[in-house]
Design a binder for this molecule. Structure first.
Ligand code: ADP
Length: 466
């Protein structure tokens, strides 16, 4: 089938988090399954200009579209942002409204060299106005809107519609899209997309409730029959200890001894206490309340006092949380290392070198880091929510089944219980060997998820059934 992905991130070209990995992973897996996949993203300043460019007439204006990656896999195109091009992927201000309106308009009108999609697959609020703009582009192609995180909705002062849109666009929006002078891009997309998906089955049911729907539960509940949860996959071509170019020593499920060398190297790189015997807990995360990093901060004094664990933390985000983590790193530099910023290589080294990883999220649409950790034999300690609940099964020493430690409550007590439980298993060599084997042999590949997307696409565009 011919599938167009409309998105703000696509690894490795533009990445701030899991969205980039998820869209690229799905796109490449669909191409490998024989589909023609094209991805359209904004022409950020850091991206190459692309080879030949074409002028695309859209409901909002005529924009240049160019290809930056061709070949056997998914083909990647960018739409020129003109005067709205900024330094970063997200400017975090009103310019984002104009930039992503332009992306949506280009997605709605996309057709190049005789190629037109049979399904338009939009991702998150950045692409959510695509199905709203499709009728204005005379395009009746079925659309899918995938929710990677309902916490980010694209809220802007209503004036952006006049500044960057058209009267036709304003008329096309349902009356409840704007309230108190604020327009909600995601709500508009949820109203109009042919189908809605999200990135795990548990999150698909959670978002029907106010705690997780975050104000959109009414429209989601009204469209309940059109909402489907499909778990994200892992690109094991990028995330495998057998061939990871970022790590010191390669290893696999059947020969995991070399994991220890990665731990030694990581401890040395971060200036942590040497010695392979004591557990090392890795955290790679955005620093945000969603991720429960404040819970980690609240429990660190107890964890440092009551356990022998060392901590390797990599993250960027809220300044207050970063400040707290810096403080612990200064107080106990041999026990806790905090690297502030975004570092792809260090992320891989943490998954390879740590014994455990902690993901104490308040909500988690899917979560990729726990799945990456599994493949590296790094045991996840997670809160039971969203995709974490769908991928991590609490270990049962009686039967030997399970791949991590799962705690219920998003509070310091819950986190302490989850980590203490896992540390007790760590001290039991037999249990730990079993856990590592279970973790490393689990298969969360995209190849396993692709048939669900294929079935969905085919249900929308049955004419193309081969
Ligand atoms: P989210 O997209 O909500 O941030 P996910 O678990 O779905 O969470 O995906 C996070 C992705 O971003 C993973 O690929 C993870 O390795 C990466 N990541 C998060 N923070 C950093 C960081 N500071 N440096 C490098 N990679 C990071």
């Amino acid at each position: 089938m011919k599938i167009l992905m409309v998105c703000s991130e696509f690894a490795p070209w533009a990445k701030t988090g899991g969205l980039a990995d998820a869209v690229a992973g799905l796109s490449h897996a669909l191409s490998a399954a024989g589909h023609e996949v094209r991805a359209l993203l904004p022409g950020y300043a850091h991206l190459p200009l692309g080879t030949s460019s074409a002028a695309l007439v859209t409901p909002l204006g005529t924009y240049a579209v160019a290809e930056i990656e061709g070949g056997a896999g998914a083909r990647v195109f960018t739409v020129d942002l003109g005067e709205l091009t900024g330094e970063h992927i997200y400017t975090g201000d009103e310019r984002d409204a104009g930039r992503f309106l332009r992306l949506a308009a280009a997605g709605a009108a996309f057709g190049l060299d005789g190629w037109r999609p049979e399904v338009v697959h939009c991702h998150d609020w950045h692409a959510a106005l695509t199905p709203v703009l499709q009728p204005l582009a005379g395009n009746a192609t079925p659309s899918i809107l995938t929710l990677h995180n309902v916490g980010y909705q694209g809220l802007f002062a209503e004036a952006v519609l006049r500044d960057h849109g058209t009267a036709d666009l304003e008329r096309a929006l349902a009356p409840d899209i704007a309230s108190d002078g604020t327009v909600n891009f995601l709500r508009a997309g949820l109203r109009t997309a042919t189908r809605i998906t999200t990135v795990s089955p548990t999150y698909a049911s959670e978002i029907l409730r106010p705690e997780f729907g975050l104000g959109l539960e009414d429209v989601l509940a009204a469209r309940r029959g059109d909402v489907l949860g499909i778990l994200n996959g892992v690109d094991y071509g990028v995330w495998s200890p057998e061939r990871d170019p970022f790590i010191a020593a390669h290893y696999s499920a059947s020969r995991s001894g070399a994991k220890q060398r990665n731990k030694t190297q990581l401890l040395a790189r971060l200036g942590l206490e040497a010695g392979g015997g004591d557990p090392l807990v890795g955290v790679v995360s955005r620093l945000a309340a969603q991720k429960g990093i404040d819970l980690l901060v609240a429990t660190l004094p107890t964890l440092l006092a009551q356990t022998r664990a060392r901590f390797a933390i990599l993250g960027s985000g809220e300044a207050g949380l970063a400040g707290e983590l810096r403080r612990f790193a200064t107080l106990q530099p041999r026990r806790l290392a905090f690297t502030e910023g975004y570092d792809e290589g260090l992320a891989h080294q943490i998954f390879a070198g740590a014994d455990l990883t902690l993901v104490p999220s308040r909500y988690e649409p899917c979560g990729l880091t726990q799945m990456y950790a599994l493949r590296y034999g790094t045991i996840p300690v997670v809160r039971a929510t969203g995709g974490l609940a769908d991928t991590i099964e609490h270990y049962d020493p009686g039967t030997g089944s399970g791949n991590g430690s799962v705690f219920r409550d998003a509070d310091p007590g819950g986190l302490l219980w989850g980590l203490h439980t896992a540390l007790a298993w760590y001290d039991d060599a037999e249990a730990w060997r079993r856990l590592m084997a279970n973790a490393m042999t689990a298969d969360f590949s995209w190849e396993k998820q692709v048939p669900q997307y294929e079935a969905l696409y085919r249900s929308l565009a049955p004419a193309s059934r081969s």
